[in-house]
Design a protein around this ligand. Structure first.
Ligand code: CP
Length: 316
């Protein structure tokens, strides 16, 4: 694997291999000495043109636990604010000897441009581009589901037959898109539920079912309910049911949460709008994996960096 740009087109074997390597990395996290020497001498640049807490910190932790040198670049306070282009920024990183570039960018397709332009030799990982993809989030979500559902027997397995309900602002969600492609590849049955104004218009080729009524969808007893953040910052004045209507129609509130079977897994990629798309009772319940997802993100990102940068595919 030279780059990780999205989950669309990621083969089932490759996805399961990455999840299995993440299991190895999770075992490293449980050791007293959490570091591996695997990427000693390599340099990973975290190139963030958009804000992030979880993704940026966990890529930094992942790279450091593999003994790579890490350079954190944030567009705020950099020469990007003076108008420097992505190309010139990339070539500056190339001159500094970056082996891997983890990029988050508001423009859909920016990581693809970086990977294919010839501006840099480094492996590129998409850490979220516009409304397009966020592949490591989907991989950590799948890893979390697999562990909860299959436990110690997770290795080598997909998510065949698992029912996953993804709820909320699908229109603006790169997390939803990456999950749709990956979960379908792993054999899960995905249903999207949202207000009609928060669903993309072109989903004909998506391997999903669509619903508009959350109570009806929950009555189907999905194995997993993944709530998405309402991305008000991307709406720029276009529709939004007001927050009370949204919470009443599409929020995982206390009533809906109380009616869920105790075995239903509740997920949210974060950051959460508590009281809007998810109530605190649901977010903090034992069946919620919100904090597990964050912890698993380090293992999954270690696996991704290992596959891109170690040159040891198939030799671990
Ligand atoms: N889930 C996620 O991408 O969170 P951050 O924006 O904090 O990285």
């Amino acid at each position: 694997m030279k780059h990780l740009l999205g989950t669309r087109g990621l083969a089932r074997d490759a996805a399961i291999d990455l999840l299995d390597i993440a299991e190895d990395m999770a075992a490293v996290q449980e050791r007293e000495v959490k570091k591996l020497p695997t990427l000693r001498g390599k340099t990973v640049v975290n190139l963030f043109f958009e804000d992030s807490t979880r993704t940026r910190i966990s890529f930094e932790a992942a790279a450091k636990r593999l003994s790579a040198d890490v350079i954190n670049f944030s567009a705020k306070g950099s020469s990007v604010s003076k108008g420097e282009s992505l190309k010139d920024t990339a070539q500056t990183l190339q001159a500094m000897g970056a082996d891997g570039v983890v990029i988050r960018h508001p423009a859909s397709g920016a990581p693809q441009t970086l990977a294919t332009s010839g501006w840099i030799d480094a492996g590129v990982v998409n850490a979220g581009d516009g409304t397009h993809e966020h592949p490591t989030q989907a991989l950590l979500d799948a890893f979390t589901m697999r562990r909860r559902i299959h436990g110690a027997a997770s290795r080598g397995r997909g998510l065949d037959g698992v029912g996953v309900l993804i709820v909320g602002d699908i229109l603006h969600s790169r997390v939803a898109r990456s999950n749709v492609w990956l979960l379908a590849t792993l054999g899960a049955h995905v249903t999207l539920v949202a207000p009609p104004t928060l669903l993309p218009s072109a989903t004909q080729d998506w391997p999903i079912r669509i619903g508009y009524d959350l109570d009806q969808a929950l009555a189907g007893r999905p194995d997993v309910v993944m709530m998405l953040r309402v991305q008000a910052e991307r709406m720029q004045g276009s529709f939004f049911p007001n927050t009370r209507e949204y919470a009443r129609g599409w929020g995982l509130d206390d009533r809906r949460f109380d009616e869920l079977p105790a075995t239903t897994i509740v997920m949210h990629p974060g950051p959460m709008n508590r009281g809007l798309e998810i109530a605190s009772q649901a977010a903090d319940a034992p069946q919620s994996t919100v904090r597990e997802q964050v912890a698993n993100g380090v293992s999954v990102r270690m696996a991704a960096l290992y596959l891109l940068l170690s040159g040891e595919q198939g030799q671990r």
